[in-house]
Write a protein that binds this ligand. Structure first.
Ligand code: 26V
Length: 803
């Protein structure tokens, strides 16, 4: 049906009529979108079944990636591309008068995540399938993904996201594989064959119903599975209000990250985590048992990767199944578990490390708590033997201490591998944050630098650049992204660079059009597009960017000899709903935009744009259009960053600190091909330990800083509700925890270098070419291969089929 545009058209029109009972002329774009989506799903069904059968019958080891977030974005365009049928479909639809882009716009983003961590999980799924690895995702089918952001009077307003409002063509409900997950209740002990056993009684159960989404490999026949669990009522308990039970049950898969400032919210989040883990493990165990009839070889056939600590209860849950259901003894169960599970750490920020109060944990998950207590006791005994008498150390390293269950400690103790996500991050884990654990288990720790799928972030998001690259160096890079390095020699080829500049201009025009429609602002495509898109957080220092723009504005107003190449500063960010400071920064960006964009004296040189509701589908339009990539976190704080890689792959130049994966980007391209500034991680860590930083000194000694700081509180932003005092206070009274003022001067200099570099276009596009050429290392295919070889010990199952 996709072999020629004619056969496609025929099948499409027939399917449209049969599904909707409408003629083509009566149909809406949404009808057409769902028709195509369903056709694609049916088209891949035989490969999906074949992949599943191969996995079941081949006795090869399977890997399962457990994650509380999967930020997939839209699927139609990527699926067509991976299947190699995009051109046929585009032509066929074109002849019917339908634009494939319009059709893609109908699809809601699957936005089941916050940012980098969830998008990484999505890139990994694409790489697993595209490199023929038997790897699958397990997550939660949240009814509402990350909130939809509206900007009202410059303030962020959150609306519930509604990706499931219309039919979802990509999922298949598998009711026959539903499992029950138990909460609350009591644990009863009994004796069986001379052994003490435990069973859970009087609990409350929730049914976990799987919805499967096909993950289609690129140009091969592999179709892996992302299984998302939906929470539904089991048989209704007689002792409880039925409606209340239904509400409580469904709440488990209703929202991503419910507010957890109160105990009720904490209970719900912990319920979600156990729901994901228990449903997934029961499922994995059931299929393993079916194939092998025993769990004694479980670790030889299954690897489970936990994405951050949210799914860490996989460790006690697997123990529970092995002990209570399989009746395996503790030592053997522990040996199987700790050869199955491995853990990826994604942050060193202490406020982000999960700790659950025992008073919440114990009643909700009584058997799981018992198992963790036992794990803790045995582990603390080992510590005692190693460090006799050192109570402080043991207390510090314990899994349960001071009424809290420390999830990261459980993850390290119960995993056979622990990895960081960029070289510098792993070093910080080993030398600082997890130093004590590294001393006990040095063999567990390793680095796996993050990556991104070039199939979405280059092939799909920037087909023009992809074509230019293929015309220049051939298309083998598509299968082997490290071959992008062949572009290096074109860094000095003017005709190539002119074409590169042309592609960049086209993508800038396309983004300018979106900005005109959404923000009502006309931006100059000749200006430098300077882009800062990521979650809003103090450590990512959107504020440093803002203060620099204020300084530029002041200079332009006051110094008639000062001029710059026109700049458009573009921001996109969501602030977590309860994060007061982050919301203030969003308001500040919008107030600044108002001021700067409406000043006729400067507006031809300086524009500030805030993109509402930043998400994957918008990101695909932003990265290709960027000239400058802002990666300006306080050194040591950003574990890796992955946006930095997407910008680089699309030829933007980075202004950044030596933090996260920026360090490795710098190793790949050399520091002369980026704009580095600011404190180094060692210096930040030194300040943090020994003090010695006084933001007040920088405020007093740098007139530029003093001026912009005062403008936060002196009526520069005209409306009375624009109070930026809390920001002012954080910088001065609270001594500027993220060293914004400390790095200000150095950041200004980096921007002066950018301004100058842009005057020399051949040089700029030489640097841009080198960035693209060296970005192959950051393909998630490389990352996934490292996980497969060093952690999971799995091999590809199918020959790659080149189309
Ligand atoms: C979460 C929270 C929640 C509470 C308030 C403070 C805070 C700060 C950070 C986080 C991050 C949690 C984990 C996470 O999303 N890490 C991101 O993972 C990406 C993929 O590895 C990585 O590229 C980013 O650098 C890292 O921040």
């Amino acid at each position: 049906m996709f072999s020629s545009k004619e056969s496609f058209q025929k099948a499409f029109l027939k399917k449209l009529e049969m599904t909707y009972g409408k003629s083509f002329s009566e149909s809406t774009v949404r009808d057409q979108y769902h028709t195509l989506g369903n056709m694609v799903r049916e088209y891949i069904s035989s490969n999906w079944i074949a992949t599943n059968e191969r996995n079941r019958n081949s006795n090869t080891k399977q890997v399962y990636y457990l994650s509380i977030e999967f930020l997939l974005g839209r699927l139609l365009g990527q699926n067509l591309l991976n299947l190699g049928i995009r051109d046929v479909v585009e032509q066929g639809l074109g002849e019917l008068g339908i634009s494939i882009e319009d059709m893609e716009e109908v699809e809601a983003d699957a936005g089941l995540g916050n940012g980098g961590l969830g998008r990484l999980a999505a890139c990994f799924l694409d790489s697993l399938a595209s490199t023929n690895l038997p790897g699958h995702g397990f997550g939660i089918r949240y009814k509402h993904g990350l909130f939809e952001q509206k900007i009202v009077d410059g303030f962020q307003v959150e609306l519930p996201e509604q990706w499931l409002r219309h039919e979802n063509s990509w999922e298949v409900r598998k009711s026959d594989q539903a499992v029950e997950v138990g909460f609350w209740g009591e644990i009863e002990s009994y004796c069986e064959r001379g052994r003490l056993q435990f069973r859970h009684i009087d609990g409350e159960t929730i049914t976990a119903v799987p919805y499967d989404i096909p993950i289609i490999g690129f140009s091969n026949e592999t179709v892996n599975t992302l299984r998302l669990w939906n929470a539904e009522p089991s048989s209704f308990p007689i002792y409880k209000d039925v409606m209340e039970y239904k509400r409580e049950t469904e709440a488990v898969s209703e929202f991503l990250y419910p507010d957890d400032t109160h105990d009720d919210g904490k209970i719900l989040r912990l319920k979600q985590q156990y729901f994901l883990v228990s449903a997934s493990l029961q499922n994995i165990v059931n299929s393993h048992r079916k194939t092998y009839g025993t769990l004694l070889n479980f670790h030889e056939k299954v690897a489970i990767q936990i994405n951050d600590t949210h799914p860490v209860l996989a460790i006690p849950e697997l123990m529970r199944i092995l002990l209570d259901e399989e009746k395996i003894g503790w030592d053997e169960a522990w040996s199987i578990t700790t050869q199955t599970i491995s853990y990826t750490n994604h942050t060193t920020l202490s406020e982000a490390l999960e700790k659950w109060p025992v008073h919440i944990f114990k009643p909700l998950l009584p058997r799981i708590f018992m198992i963790i207590e036992e794990v803790n006791e045995r582990y603390c005994k080992e510590l005692w033997e190693r460090y006799p008498g050192d109570w402080t150390k043991i207390e510090h390293m314990a899994i349960i201490a001071h009424g809290l269950v420390k999830m990261a400690h459980l993850a390290i103790v119960g995993s056979y591998q622990v990895n960081g996500v960029a070289k510098i991050h792993t070093e910080i884990l080993k030398e600082r944050e997890m130093k004590d654990f590294y001393e006990v288990y040095p063999e567990k720790f390793s680095n796996k630098t993050n990556g991104i799928t070039h199939r979405r972030w280059l092939l799909k998001a920037n087909s023009q650049l992809s074509s230019l690259i293929s015309e220049t160096i051939g298309d083998e890079w598509v299968q082997h992204p490290q071959l992008l390095s062949r572009l290096n020699e074109y860094a000095y080829d003017n005709s190539f660079k002119e074409r590169l500049e042309y592609v960049k201009k086209e993508k800038k025009l396309a983004l300018a059009q979106i900005i005109k429609e959404k923000n009502g602002i006309v931006i100059d495509e000749h200006s430098i597009f300077d882009v800062h898109v990521k979650r809003l957080h103090a450590y990512k220092r959107q504020l440093l960017n803002v203060l620099h723009i204020m300084y530029l504005y002041n200079r332009l107003k006051e110094d008639s000899n000062f001029s710059i190449h026109p700049r458009t500063f573009i921001f996109g960010a969501k602030a977590s709903p309860g994060y007061y400071y982050a919301k203030k920064v969003i308001k500040l960006i919008n107030s600044l935009a108002d001021k700067v964009n409406n000043d006729p004296q400067t507006s031809h040189l300086l524009k500030v744009i805030f993109l509402e509701n930043y998400r994957v589908s918008l990101a695909e339009k932003v990265f290709p259009a960027a000239d400058v990539s802002e990666q300006i976190s306080t050194a040591s704080k950003e574990a890796s960053g992955t946006g930095n890689m997407k910008f680089m792959m699309n030829g933007a130049l980075t202004v950044g600190t030596l933090d996260g994966a920026n360090v490795e980007i710098c190793e790949e391209i050399g520091e002369h091909n980026m704009f580095l500034f600011g404190l180094k991680a060692e210096e930040v860590l030194h300040y943090n330990r020994n003090g010695g930083y006084r933001s007040y000194d920088y405020y007093h000694h740098d007139k530029r800083i003093k001026q912009v700081m005062e403008q936060l509180i002196n009526g520069f932003f005209p409306h009375s509700y624009d109070s930026f005092e809390p920001i002012y206070d954080s910088l001065l009274m609270q001594n500027d925890e993220y060293y914004v003022l400390r790095d200000f001067a150095s950041y200004v200099m980096a921007h002066e270098q950018i301004n100058e570099a842009y005057q020399n276009k051949p040089k700029w596009f030489e640097m841009s070419t080198i960035n693209i050429a060296q970005s192959g290392y950051f393909s998630s295919d490389r990352t996934i291969k490292e996980y497969a070889d060093h952690i999971w010990n799995i091999k590809p199952t199918n020959r790659v089929q080149h189309s």
